[in-house]
Design a protein around this ligand. Structure first.
Ligand code: PRP
Ligand code: URA
Length: 207
C-alpha cells in the first residue's frame, strides 16, 4: 500500500531539497516542512468525537480528536529531521528512537539503539526516515516496533526507490507507505538515483 504525494507545494519543496546547492539550514527546514504536509494526509484516519461548545454567539456542535495515542519513531540519524514537522501537528505524540546504520559494503542495516515507549499496541505509530533505498532499515525498524507490540504502523519517507517499496511491501504488507516521490533506481552502492545524496550528511552537515 503506497500513497504518493503529487501536491504542488510538496513537489516544489522536494526539487529544492534535492538540489546540491541547497544549504544545510534550508535542507533541514524543507525536510521539516514536507514532513508536516505529508503528516496532514497520513493522519486523515484519526478518530473524532462530537462535543458541544459555546461560541461567543451560541451553543454549537463541534468535533475534537478522540483520545488517540500517536508515537513517532524516527530512524536515526536522518529520521530525526522529520520529527519536528510531525510534532507541529501532533504535539502530544510520544517519540521513540531506533538507531540503524547501513554497512557500507553490504547495505545491511546494523542496529545500535532502540528506545521505544511502552504500551504501543493501540497507538498509531509513524516510522520516519527520509530515504527508503533497499528497504533494509525500514524493515528492521518495523520488526523492532512489532516485537514491542505495535499493531498500527505507517511508514513516512520523502524519497523511495522502487526496490525499497517492493522489499518493504513484501516484508510488512500491513504497513502503509507514504512517499513524496518514487525515484528511478539504486546505484551499485545502494544510493537512490536521482535521490538527494546522503540525507543524514546533508541534515547534519557531516559532508
Ligand atoms: C540512510 C537513511 C535510511 C537508510 C536507507 O541511513 O536515512 O535509514 O540509509 O537505506 P536502506 O533502505 O537501504 O536501508 P544511513 O544508514 O546512511 O544512516 P544515517 O542516517 O545515520 O546517515
Ligand atoms: N540513504 C541515503 O541517505 N541516501 C540514499 O540515496 C540511500 C540511502
Amino acid at each position: 500500500m503506497l500513497m504518493l504525494f503529487d501536491h504542488p507545494l510538496i513537489q516544489h519543496k522536494l526539487g529544492v531539497l534535492r538540489d546540491e546547492g541547497t544549504s544545510h539550514k534550508l535542507f533541514r527546514e524543507l525536510v521539516c516542512e514536507i514532513s508536516t504536509l505529508m503528516g496532514y494526509e497520513a493522519t486523515r484516519d484519526m478518530e473524532l468525537v462530537d462535543i458541544q461548545i459555546k461560541t461567543p454567539m451560541e451553543e454549537a456542535s463541534a468535533k475534537k480528536l478522540a483520545d488517540s495515542d500517536a508515537v513517532l519513531v524516527p530512524i536515526l540519524r536522518a529520521g530525526l529531521g522529520m520529527v519536528d514537522g510531525l510534532l507541529s501537528i501532533l504535539p502530544n505524540a510520544r517519540v521513540g528512537h531506533i538507531g540503524l546504520y547501513r554497512d557500507h559494503a553490504t547495505c545491511e542495516p546494523i542496529a545500535y539503539y532502540c528506545n521505544i515507549p511502552d504500551n504501543i499496541a493501540d497507538a498509531a505509530c509513524f516510522v520516519l526516515d527520509p530515504m527508503l533505498a533497499t528497504g533494509g532499515s525500514a524493515i528492521a525498524a518495523i520488526e523492532q516496533l512489532k516485537s514491542r507490540g505495535a499493531k498500527k504502523i505507517k511508514y513516512l519517507c520523502l524519497i523511495a526507490a522502487p526496490e525499497g517499496i517492493r522489499a518493504l511491501s513484501s516484508a510488512h504488507g500491513d504497513v502503509y507507505i507514504y512517499a513524496a516521490a518514487v525515484d528511478r533506481c539504486l546505484n551499485e552502492s545502494g544510493y537512490i538515483l536521482p535521490g538527494l545524496g546522503d540525507a543524514g550528511d546533508r541534515l547534519f552537515a557531516t559532508i
